[in-house]
Write a protein that binds this ligand. Sequence first.
Ligand SMILES: [Zn+2]
Length: 208
Amino acid sequence: MKKVATVVILFLAFGAGGVSMLGGRSDGTSQDTAPIIEQPEDPAESKLLLLVNKDNKLPDNYVPDLSSGLPIDEVLFDDFVEMRKEANREQVFLMIASAYRTADEQEKLFNELGAEVAAPAGYSEHQTGLAIDFAYNGRTQEETDRMWNWLSRNAYRYGFIERYPEGKEHVTGFDFEPWHYRYVGRQHAKNIYEKGLVLEEYIGRRGA
Ligand SMILES: [Zn+2]
């Protein structure tokens, strides 16, 4: 009887907290291609986990919602504003260097910078409106370091993940980019941060 009660309590705690998305893996381990979560059916959820990398093209019919007036999707606007405000209070000033790019802009960048640095049109996360490059031009090295440190410790609280971290180059196909953050929503960001994963590992898909 006591055991039944415990199970019910666990079910309530986990079911209500969104942890049910962890796809039944309760041991916290991960394998190369085993998904940590199931692909969600809800379109809003699958947008948050949309994978765009060198192997996974942006769907042709994808249209970001840019109604906020900033070059970011509406879905992350509130969290971005809140994160920026919190960072300001700690003397870290977050500015956007580059966020949403059209296919034409990405194509131009690819032609200018080459395949080593830029993705071809259709394969850049910047076309989703869910990615932000934070600006470091015009700052001292100390200010820049403080910004990267702040972001890597706090961005997940607002739904953003470090997209191309150090040591995961073989999974993401990108060199370490301390400036590039990707919005996945707060619950997924927390899961990804706490497990030390990248998006490819979290959804069980390989990168480049
Ligand atoms: Zn970027």
